[in-house]
Design a protein around this ligand. Structure first.
Ligand code: 2P0
Length: 324
């Protein structure tokens, strides 16, 4: 009973920031992302009666500790759904450089869920697979689909209506993303801890939540019309609102470094010069820049020249989960 699946990471244009249920991962707001072709995880899962415990190998190394427990706990969900009690060997290759500031948990849990359910013989719809994947890592539920996907927060207590749905496939629009990798990328607050602290203590959190429905309907219009300015403005403002909530938390924190702000200013300067570009930032100091193919050369060159920038990684829209 073996299967292999590949899944790409995604970048949120409307951020997931906060949980209403931490154990089954239910969010406090809907989010929307673009799946990226440059960064992915390939995972094989093999269930066998011969195994006496789960085993997790990542990039050819045996993983133990917290990371192992998260994977094994997720395999429990798959076993539970299938009504089987077999242990598994999980073998993953991650093509998501942690330094690029992308959550490898998104492609990681999407590939694990796809390979694991297939290996154990569950035949799930994309929607069911997304709802399962969500319980491994929230943002991963959007990586089931290629192109643009929305994670609908849902209302059910048990989470049956909290899953991602496709908004537009990768072929709909060649929107590009440059990942700006900073030389110094240390972060003190994990995304899990950061969103929890913000939900519990930031007086700005309600303002964040109130702003989501308008951002969501605007960005969906923009994607449909392939309106770069509309999508870019909404995404950039949404990211700034998310980061504003952390300044109101107790104790306050920020994910930004000085170079983070230099990159943000460079993107604004590009716009002043008539080159359309917008930024978005996740729970870390790295910046992702949205741009159109015709401006790739100038965008890459400008970003590379910023002091404190270690690397630029370019990406196009990517596909959803595939089975190998
Ligand atoms: C996102 N982030 O929408 C947002 C934007 C960070 C900022 O999803 O606790 O690793 O596993 O559900 O998905 C990062 O959080 O968190 C994240 P868990 P996850 O992409």
């Amino acid at each position: 009973m073996k299967a292999t699946a590949k899944a790409h990471t995604n970048i949120a244009l409307i951020k997931y920031w906060g949980k209403r249920n931490e154990s089954i991962i239910l969010p406090t707001n809907s989010s929307l992302s673009l799946t990226l072709d440059g960064f992915y995880t390939t995972t094989s899962v093999h269930f066998s009666e011969e195994y006496t415990q789960d085993k997790f190998i990542l990039n050819e190394r045996v993983v133990e500790g917290e990371q192992y427990r998260r994977v094994s706990g997720f395999l429990d969900l798959i076993r539970q759904q299938a009504g089987k009690s077999l242990y598994a060997a999980v073998d993953s290759i991650n093509e998501v450089p942690t330094a690029a500031g992308f959550a490898s948990s998104a492609s990681g849990f999407a590939a694990l869920a796809a390979a694991g359910t297939k290996a154990i013989g569950l035949n799930m719809s994309d929607r069911e697979l997304s709802a399962l994947t969500r319980q491994g890592s929230g943002s991963a539920c959007r990586s089931i689909y290629g192109g643009f996907a929305e994670w609908e927060m849902g209302a059910e207590e048990g989470g049956s209506d909290s899953y991602a749905v496709p908004i537009a496939p990768a072929e709909h629009w060649d929107l590009r993303v440059a990942a700006v990798v900073l030389s110094s990328t240390a972060k003190k607050v994990s995304s899990r801890a950061g969103m929890k602290r913000t939900v519990e203590t930031s007086p700005f959190y309600q303002g964040w939540l109130n702003s989501i429905p308008t951002d969501m309907s605007q960005i969906k219009e923009g994607i449909k019309e392939r309106d770069f300015q509309k999508v870019g403005e909404v995404a950039e403002a949404n990211c700034l609102k998310m980061h504003a909530t952390t300044l109101g938390a107790n104790p306050p924190f920020t994910y930004w470094h000085d170079t983070t702000m230099t990159v943000m200013q460079t993107v604004r300067d590009l716009r002043e010069k008539g080159i359309p570009a917008y930024f978005t930032i996740d729970a870390g100091p790295n910046v992702k820049v949205l741009y159109l193919p015709e401006n790739e050369k100038v965008i890459e060159k400008t970003l590379r020249n910023i002091p404190g920038v270690a690397d630029i990684r370019l990406s196009r829209p990517g596909q959803g989960v595939t089975y190998l």
